[in-house]
Design a protein around this ligand. Structure first.
Ligand code: FES
Length: 167
């Protein structure tokens, strides 16, 4: 077999590698495979070594200015799952998630109660259970007035005693 015939039979017909020999083609294929494997290993290593942290919104929320809450009202903030109550002793906050199975409760002004739509638990304005299967009262949350004049609520720290913010 002539040299030309050998070269022609070992060349791989490829658009990008028209004049490549079989050896050059496999060398390029091998390098490409190593690059892909290296990139995959790097990506999985990064995922493995990066901290497994769940990023959540801050538990501290800015509920609003005190004048947004008229006297003797219970205001539900469904986004944040809290009630802000402007009572005779001042402002206080309650968690709005039912302590039975976690449904979002609703303020019923006609009953003067907070009611859970799921299994019928009812709570008074102080969060104390008055009916239904809920095992605990609604949690009382820390409230304070920020320097900018906003009512702030910390959803992460239920209180043992109810605290009021006088404005
Ligand atoms: S979730 Fe509220 S009573 Fe069951």
């Amino acid at each position: 077999m002539s040299d030309e015939a050998k070269t022609a039979s070992s060349a791989v017909p490829d658009e990008d590698c028209k004049d490549c020999t079989r050896r050059e083609f496999f060398a390029k294929l091998g390098i490409g495979s190593l690059i892909v494997a290296g990139a995959g290993t790097g990506l999985f290593s990064y995922e493995y070594f990066s901290p497994n942290v769940l990023f959540e919104a801050s538990p501290i929320i800015r509920a609003g200015k005190p004048d947004q809450f008229p006297a003797n009202t219970v205001t539900l903030d469904p986004q944040n799952g809290i009630y802000l109550v402007n009572g005779p002793k001042g402002f206080y906050a309650l968690g709005a998630v039912c302590t039975h199975l976690g449904c979002l409760t609703a303020w019923k002004p006609e009953l003067d109660l907070i009611a859970c739509p799921c299994h019928g638990s009812r709570f008074n304005k102080d969060g104390v259970k008055v009916a239904g299967p809920a095992p605990q009262p609604l949690p009382r949350l820390k409230v304070w007035l920020s320097e900018e004049g906003y009512l702030m609520v910390d959803r992460s720290s239920p209180l043992k005693e109810q605290e009021f913010v006088k404005v």
